[in-house]
Design a binder for this molecule. Structure first.
Ligand code: NAI
Length: 362
């Protein structure tokens, strides 16, 4: 079997840190094992533009593996070219880089390593809220620049305590975010999801479900997005929905960039409708140099807590998703296909559940 692995390159960092498993240099630690099973492994970071290495290699690939951090976009066109393709594996969580409808038409399985980095993302979400609300970035930049101007930072710096915080999506990450925020003594923790939390867990966290998204957004000082990218979340946070948010709210999105409309977010920061926006997900990835989220600032010259897509790829997470990919491949190579049910996104021409994004929680 031919397996194509699409990862970012570690470049010079490979020398510093052999634990960077999700890179072309370290290949999820899987080369020896894959070859020992009698399979061929081709690894590349070249995935975009015309005639990329991915385009050349996918033609006779049986399996494509990629991370969401440097996603090989498995489009309908690429699926049409990939005559042997049977399995797409996501080394991480979130398989929206695969055209799932096209995969189903060809009965290509799409699996991911569910849960592998949810704690990493939840930590990043809480960090991003703190960074935005406390106005950390301009404070730090000031120090590095040799300056000292407390008022310049304090005039846009607040506390998380006493704020209304809301999550769109309360799955593995959303739940962990709420659990981590509860000790900050927020005024309220709200959530919007088709699937309510288990009542016992809801009580433990002290969260309240709001049945209308708009109603929730109108009450929240801080909003975090923790739902997958699918048909009903693509472009969800556009000018109109952002206008329903409380004026001056902060928005944190570590789910997927395409859930928000790039320019509408940047405009909302400029106008003060949003006080700040932070997260690590973009579309496409890598983000273009002139992407408006790189440079957007509010009227205080603050309100931007963007990073490259790093939240789910801590070294601890890399070990977990590398192991998870190995388990999926083992199930596939053995012919048993005895995958963990929660890892299956689509299989045998159908979604594992009624719709992507409505999966069972754990
Ligand atoms: P999960 O499947 O455990 O939870 C997702 C929740 O979103 C479910 O409860 C589902 O009912 C809900 N949902 C779906 N559509 C919704 C909608 N329109 N409105 C409100 N709720 C909706 O998934 P998990 O593990 O919590 O991950 C969520 C997403 O976070 C992933 O799909 C992925 O896109 C993103 N992610 C980002 C990472 C990063 O490194 N930045 C790493 C891991 C995940």
């Amino acid at each position: 079997m031919k397996i194509v692995l699409v990862l970012y390159s570690a470049g010079s960092h490979a020398i510093d840190e052999p634990m960077l498993l999700g890179t072309t240099e370290n290949e999820l630690g899987l080369r020896k094992w894959i070859e020992s099973q009698g399979h061929e492994l081709v690894t590349t970071s070249d995935k975009d533009g015309e005639d990329s290495e991915l385009d050349r290699q996918i033609v006779d690939a049986d399996i494509v593996i990629t991370t969401p951090f440097h996603p090989g976009y498995i489009t309908r066109e690429r699926i049409a070219k990939a005559k042997n393709l049977k399995l797409c594996v996501t080394a991480g969580v979130g398989s929206d880089h695969v055209d799932l409808a096209a995969a189903n038409e060809r009965k290509i399985g799409v699996l991911e390593v569910t849960g592998s980095n949810v704690q990493s993302v939840a930590e990043h979400v809480v960090m991003t809220m703190l960074v935005l609300v406390r106005n950390f970035v301009p404070a730090h930049e000031q120090i590095v620049a040799g300056e000292w101007d407390v008022a310049a930072v304090a005039k846009d710096s607040y506390d998380i305590e006493g704020k209304v915080i809301a999550t769109v999506g309360v799955g593995r990450i959303g739940t962990r975010v709420l659990q981590r925020l509860a000790p900050f003594n927020p005024k309220e923790l709200l959530y919007y999801d088709y699937q309510p939390l288990d009542p016992q867990l809801e009580k433990e966290i002290g969260a309240r479900r709001v049945e209308s998204l708009e109603e929730m957004l109108a009450q929240a000082d801080i909003v975090t997005i923790n739902a997958p990218l699918h048909e009903s979340t693509r472009g969800l946070f556009n000018k109109e929905l952002i206008s329903k948010m409380k004026r001056g709210a902060w928005l944190v999105n570590t789910a997927r960039g395409a859930i928000c409309v790039d320019q509408d977010v940047a405009d909302a920061i400029a106008s003060g409708q949003l006080r700040g926006y932070g997260g690590d997900v973009w579309y496409p990835q890598p983000a273009p140099k002139d992407h408006p989220w790189r440079t957007m600032r509010n009227k205080y010259g603050a309100g931007n807590a963007m990073t490259p897509h790093i939240s789910g790829t801590s070294l601890d997470a890399q070990v977990r998703y590398a192991n998870g990919v190995k388990n999926i491949l083992e199930s596939y190579f053995s012919g048993k296909n005895d995958y963990r049910p929660e890892d299956i996104i689509v299989i045998d021409g159908d979604y594992a559940t009624k719709a992507y994004g409505q999966r069972t929680k754990k």
